[in-house]
Design a binder for this molecule. Structure first.
Ligand SMILES: NC(=O)c1ccc[n+]([C@@H]2O[C@H](COP(=O)([O-])OP(=O)(O)OC[C@H]3O[C@@H](n4cnc5c(N)ncnc54)[C@H](OP(=O)(O)O)[C@@H]3O)[C@@H](O)[C@H]2O)c1
Length: 300
């Protein structure tokens, strides 16, 4: 069933993905945001999405909404290991509050989630029906959020898991690599974690399609193909012409971080491709398109 999208709530619109969703909004769709003022440097607090009374007021003042795309999240994966309460509130409780409210008004809710719900022991790309087993606080809280969306909004709750995201305006891996390469000329990068780098330019139209026409349930939403962080780095450096940088592979054990990451978290996004009649496209092409599209206004 296709949903007309006249008025859509975008949470996390000040973040990397949320901003892209605003750019890609279909013609004639009015986007209501919960936190854009803070992104513009204005001293206006965002809506606390875990506060049901505040969310009720949001619906009364700015609703009703045909759909909501929920990108707001506590995304500091390592910090979450010692700050689990705010991660729990933002990633799990906010999903429950939104799902309950969206269910009441028949608003389709697309909540964005992560490959970090998996433990990385698979030997083929993860499908939606594969059992999750998160290794980190971030992954556990995101999984709790997914479950809340599906449980409290059974007729209109959708979860889109994505991974290794980058895009305009964000703090992300390609930007970090470009800066480090120019600064140091020599890089050591992890070669034993595999995933699918995914550009917000490729993901955002798919989320709009889910908001318009997706059936309730889980969807994987990543670019096609897979690589290690090391291989991704090589592609970034080549694309930027930084070919003289010395690049060395290393293992996750050489680069300890507070949160454990899945060693292999490639997502099989064929369910979403069937719904849309196309995939998000190969990750290498997405990287090239991203660099070409943003060269003038957001160069790496
Ligand atoms: N980035 C990735 O590699 C990746 C991979 C897989 C999945 N995801 C998922 O994709 C979605 C979008 O990620 P992103 O990279 O765009 O994240 P982001 O740039 O960190 O943006 C997240 C946004 O959520 C807001 N936020 C955080 N806590 C909030 C709260 N309690 N209430 C309201 N707003 C809150 C943040 O505002 P403040 O900045 O003011 O805190 C920020 O604007 C998230 O659900 C994330 O879990 C991301």
């Amino acid at each position: 069933m296709t949903q007309p999208l006249r008025r859509v709530l975008i949470t996390g619109a000040a973040g990397m993905l949320g901003r892209r969703l605003l750019v890609d909004a279909p013609q004639g769709t009015l986007c209501v945001t919960t936190d854009l003022a803070s992104a513009e440097g204005l001293d206006a607090p965002g809506v606390d999405l875990a506060d049901s009374a505040r969310v009720e007021r949001l619906w009364a003042e700015a609703g009703p909404f045909d759909a909501a795309i929920h990108c707001a999240a506590y995304t500091a994966v390592d910090l979450a290991e010692k700050e689990s309460a705010p991660a729990e509130r933002a990633n799990a409780l906010a999903c429950e509050v939104l799902a309950r409210r969206a269910c009441l008004s028949g608003t389709r809710l697309v909540a964005v989630s992560t490959d970090f719900v998996f433990d990385g022991t698979a030997s083929r790309p993860y499908r939606e029906e594969d059992p999750p087993n998160p290794l980190s606080v971030y992954g556990r809280t995101k999984l709790a959020g997914e479950r809340a969306v599906l449980e409290f909004h059974p007729r209109g709750g959708l979860v889109a898991r994505t991974q290794w995201l980058y895009g305009p305006w964000g703090k992300h891996f390609p930007r970090t690599i470009a800066a480090a390469a120019r600064d140091k000329g020599r890089l050591k990068v992890v070669d034993d974690q595999r995933g699918s780098p995914t550009s917000t330019l490729a993901l955002s139209p798919a989320l709009w399609d889910l908001a318009r026409a997706g059936a309730p349930g889980l969807y994987h939403a990543a670019c096609d193909g897979e690589c290690s962080w090391f291989e991704f780095t090589r592609a970034i450096l080549d694309a930027l012409g930084l070919t003289s940088v010395v690049l060395e592979p290393c293992s996750s054990a050489d680069f300890q971080r507070p949160a454990r990451r899945p060693a292999y978290s490639v997502l099989d996004s064929s369910k979403l491709a069937r719904l849309r009649g196309r995939s998000l496209g190969p990750w290498r092409e997405a990287l090239t398109s991203y660099l070409a599209a943003t060269r003038a206004f957001d160069p790496l």
